[in-house]
Design a protein around this ligand. Structure first.
Ligand code: ADP
Length: 240
């Protein structure tokens, strides 16, 4: 996986200076029903960073990630993700940006009638990868999350922690430079939560820029990574 991932994710500027990979400038989001989810957010993330976004439920964490992968559009402000503006992209160009962003959700979102292998390969297959290329990428992704021995299982045969690890493998099998994880440990016990965080740290060590939302303060204390907090839509830096 390391080699496959390093192909793209660790690309550096000529002088090896960390480049900005994500930038938000004065970003606000008001949903059509009038709900003000984000207010004047400024954030800069460098290539290779690992950032926690914390804050209580309803504070705007998911909305922020949705703006990054173009699921929602800002009401105001500028967003740049890997040199593109997600809110200005449509159709193929938005799909192209999304291929550079792996996404992990709290509820895994696995296909119940598909095996682990099928769940992970599906994305590549949908993107037109050849069978040979899919096979080349599958094993390293499974190994990265420690699930080689579960490749033929169906999701219901796995624990919650294992299902989340499958969803991480699915998110990274396309070697994205960015990984967004929205409350990835929200349904897991402390041991499984820590295992998930350790995998995300490992991915970060091979160059992937990782952003994780969580309201679990203990996970944040255990990790020595920058933390920003969102409260009522406003961001403040906790440890940066
Ligand atoms: P968090 O991820 O921190 O729990 P969210 O980003 O999901 O917070 O929500 C932030 C605020 O925006 C909340 O008040 C929520 O009710 C509101 N919100 C989220 N999604 C929508 C939506 N699709 N339509 C209207 N309001 C929304």
């Amino acid at each position: 996986m390391t080699q496959v991932l390093e192909d793209r994710s660790t690309r550096r500027a000529p002088q090896d200076a960390p480049q900005t990979i994500i930038q938000l400038q004065q970003v606000s989001k008001v949903y059509p029903n009038g709900s003000q989810a984000l207010i004047d957010i400024n954030l800069e993330v460098k290539r290779g960073d690992f950032l926690f976004i914390t804050g209580p439920s309803g504070s705007g964490k998911s909305t922020l990630l949705k703006l990054l992968y173009g699921e929602e559009r800002p009401s105001q402000g500028e967003i740049v993700v890997d040199r593109d503006a997600p809110d200005r992209l449509r159709g193929d160009r938005l799909s192209h940006l999304r291929r550079r962003i792996g996404i992990v959700f709290q509820d895994y979102k696995l296909l119940p009638r598909r095996t682990v292998t099928e769940n992970i390969s599906f994305v590549l297959w949908a993107q037109g990868y050849t069978r040979k290329e899919i096979a080349r990428r599958l094993q390293p992704a499974l190994k990265m999350v420690g699930l080689t021995h579960k490749s033929d299982c169906f999701p219901e045969e796995l624990s919650g922690g294992e299902q989340q690890r499958v969803s991480i493998a699915r998110a990274i099998v396309g070697t994205p430079p960015i990984l967004l994880a929205d409350e990835p440990t929200g349904n897991l016990d402390p041991d499984n939560s820590w295992q998930v965080i350790k995998i995300l740290k490992k991915l970060n060590q091979i160059g992937i820029t990782v952003i994780v939302t969580t309201h679990d303060e203990s996970l944040i204390r255990l990790s020595n990574h920058p933390v920003v907090q969102i409260r009522d839509g406003r961001m403040s830096s906790v440890r940066y």
